[in-house]
Design a protein around this ligand. Sequence first.
Ligand code: XUL
Ligand code: CO
Length: 438
Amino acid sequence: MAKHEYFQGIKRVTYEGPRSDNPLAFRYYNANQRVGKKTMKEHLRFAIAYWHTFTGMGADPFGAPTKKFPWLQGADALDRGFRKMDAAFEFMTKIGAPYYCFHDFDLVEEGDSWKESERRLQKMVDHARSWQRQTEVKLLWGTANLFAHPRYMNGAATNPDFRVVACAGWQVKNALDATIALGGAGYTFWGGREGYLSLLNTDMKREQEHLARFLGMARDYGRANGFKGSFYIEPKPMEPSKHQYDFDAATCLSFLREFDLLDDFKLNIEVNHATLAQHTFQHELQVAANAGKLGSIDANRGDYQNGWDTDQFPNNVYELTEAMLVILGAGGFKTGGINFDAKTRRNSTDLTDIFYAHIGGMDAFARALLAAHAILEDGELKDFVRQRYSSFDKGAGKQFASGKLTLSDLSRIAGVFPEPEQISGRQEYIENLISRYV
Ligand code: XUL
Ligand code: CO
């Protein structure tokens, strides 16, 4: 532990069970409790997002920062970086999160020269390595912030100016080096400004080709330098660009397929990005899972009444249960996990609020895991779906599914039967089945 304690008066958060009324205890997340073949900790692989939790100070388009994080008060950038990291590892240890995620310049502010930025990053990586050794906290994934600096206003890898693309390359190389040095299990690309505002000044085809070229270069560099983890693309339909090239899971998969990147890239699916794309989170997870590309998730929730990325902490156990059904159905996380890409509200200004937020999110996921596991064990849901498609398991249905029939065959077979009788989809019955476990 560092000499200074930032979260004073808060001890390690422990599991006290559903009857506990201690707001600083888990009521459902019991790290070592077995659920099927794995413990909760192994299933959920929680990660803390460095940007929201230790760097985001509550500024919004209408107002100044509200959060007076003590670790950000120093005069010197490196000093602030070190103190932020000490606070981060104190928090992650106390909440019992096994992982964290960062952008390069969450760790420390960018300097005023390439050299100075690299020097700062190197210092932070050394400090993180020493903290990782002293604690059990590991890096789930690293990434580069290719959207905040004004140079990226027209995009990073898709910028029409090659010099900006080169800057993005410099940043990704350093961020990959940091991720590799810290044993990161993954590396994420969220295309912050990889998209466009107006088609009138944009060569979309060319920009997408550049993006693919850039991702391929990052992949080659990572692999050549010992990175064995997963590369993730994180879909998001809009904001900050009007049109983002990585709109949703299906768009990303088709892009990866077109440019022959599928072997090395999986998807990192974020709840609020799914809903901005007019999908449910479950839908996006299933699209990724169907392609064998469900890598990791960014957990949060949007707001039902507005249309932007509010990044609130997840608390809807029913929806999370549906999500966990897909995740468990796909075999669970391998290199990925549940990264809380979520922030406390602007007026939640106490340091304790950070604990309440994460405890709530972790408990909600633990309940969803328990419910989803029990639903799968019970088997009725799976049987119901299997039964629904059983006409393809035998006879002509099976021949159709295995490609042995022609359209003329279908037409002939249709003529043999009377009008098919109605078969209910029984959605409400199935929804009630989920409710029994939530
Ligand atoms: C932005 C977002 C990012 C990525 C990492 O909406 O989700 O924080 O997760 O760059
Ligand atoms: Co995210």
